[in-house]
Design a protein around this ligand. Structure first.
Ligand code: SF4
Length: 415
């Protein structure tokens, strides 16, 4: 790699690290062993590596350019930001992706960009990279393209032909915050683009259900669409954040909403907080998000376990809900429904499936459940099993102290 490209790579990979919406689950299973070309989503599969700050690094995650026409206050790449700028050519991104892929450094490409001249021009450049990879180099690896807010429908359609996943960032939980911090962005454009993506993705799902899918035509964005929301840049509560996520999941069928804890950027607007939002807030929001999507909790149930709309940072939201609803427990692991078992703190969907499968053959004892979950110390207060009843342990005043583990302190490596 020549020095010029190396310098660009260091600038444009660094500029991309603030975008958290890069996980790659849900893609088509493609394998170049069968179809020719290079790259594969099977075999070793897509695996995610995370940097210490929690960002996904298994993809080559870069911007085409960090020069942007817009001046969003929360963004390091905004027009007024005093950072070194760089721009890749289409060919440079293609060569880098292929080179890294062949050396097994990456499983795919995550490509975003600052807005160059306008949304359409930028989108055309992003598409040119994906088209070249797919059509000229038969690249079968994963591609995630960022969609520009008001790009034309034809370009979005074309992007979806080449990309596994498309995403457009909602940026902030509330529309008035977006208007304040990113006045050149219009939340209606963002939602319009999300709506267009949803229609295309749904069209294809319907066609698949009716088995009208053309075998040679590539599916439109098979890994669906996702978005990212920055938390802690404005005064939105966790309840506000989850309200927006719920609307996005139901209204636009997003595969994922990614939460990114705000971290201050150089020369930031004085309207932005000086301190970063705690990363644990991001973590709690992900847990609440999972409760909504995979545990059958209703939005209002989660919000009912918050204080003034904020999730408790010291315990996970499912435990917070259980402690406020002790009267519904304990559930009998040998009789409770799948949905009830999912409400027991310490039991996730995998553990619950195993419990339901095992109890067909015998009545489960606490030791059997302990073999299924590592969180038996928490779970046992909320369940009954053959020969086990938690007694009045849920009634004790210091239940929280007994269940909440003190934060572990990492040992010093050279202490
Ligand atoms: S449009 Fe995107 S890249 Fe440009 S300043 Fe706003 S958030 Fe940053």
């Amino acid at each position: 790699m020549d020095d010029k490209v190396k310098t660009k790579l260091s600038i444009l990979a660094d500029a991309a690290k603030y975008d958290a919406s890069c996980a790659s689950s849900g893609g088509d299973k493609r394998d170049s062993m069968k179809s020719g070309g290079i790259g594969s989503l099977t075999g070793s599969g897509i695996c995610h590596a995370y940097a210490p700050d929690g960002r996904c690094i298994s993809l080559l995650k870069i911007l085409l350019t960090n020069s942007c026409k817009y001046d969003c206050a929360f963004c390091i790449n905004r027009r007024s930001s005093n950072v070194p700028r760089a721009r890749f050519s289409v060919k440079e991104v293609v060569d880098l992706t292929l080179g890294f892929y062949r050396r097994n450094y990456i499983e795919g490409l995550f490509l975003s960009s600052g807005i160059i001249r306008d949304s359409d021009y930028t989108m055309e450049e992003l598409i040119a990279v994906a088209r070249s990879l797919r059509e000229e180099h038969q690249f079968r690896g994963y591609i995630h393209l960022k969609t520009m807010p008001d790009a034309s429908p034809e370009l979005i359609e074309e992007a979806g032909r080449f990309a596994d996943r498309l995403s457009i960032n909602i940026e902030l939980p509330q529309e008035d915050s977006l208007a304040r911090f990113a006045p050149e962005k219009d939340s209606r454009d963002i939602r319009k683009t999300m709506g267009a993506l949803r229609l295309k993705i749904d069209e294809q799902t319907d066609a698949q259900k009716q088995k009208t899918r053309q075998p040679l035509r590539r599916r439109f964005a098979p890994a669906g669409q996702s978005t990212q929301m920055i938390v802690g840049a404005d005064a939105s509560t966790d309840a506000d954040v989850l309200t927006t996520s719920t609307t996005l999941y139901s209204g636009y069928h997003l595969r994922r909403v990614y939460y990114s804890a705000f971290s201050p950027i150089p020369d930031a607007s004085t309207a932005l907080p000086l301190k970063p939002a705690p990363l644990v807030r991001e973590h709690r929001l992900y847990q609440a998000d999972w409760m909504l999507r995979f545990y059958g909790f209703a939005f209002l149930e989660i919000v009912s376990a918050t204080d003034a709309g904020m999730l408790d940072l010291t315990i996970d939201p499912k435990l917070a809900w259980a402690m406020r609803n002790r009267h519904v427990f304990p559930f009998d692991v040998n009789r409770a429904s799948y949905e009830e078992l999912l409400r027991i703190p310490g039991l996730g969907p995998t553990a619950v499936k195993r419990i339901v499968a095992s109890r067909r053959w015998r009545r489960l004892r606490l030791e059997d459940v302990a073999r299924i979950t590592r969180s038996i110390k928490t779970a046992r207060s909320f369940l009954t099993a053959e020969g086990w009843h938690p007694g009045r342990s849920l009634d004790v005043a210091n239940l929280r102290d007994r269940l909440v583990r003190p934060p572990t302190q990492q040992m010093e490596l050279f202490g």
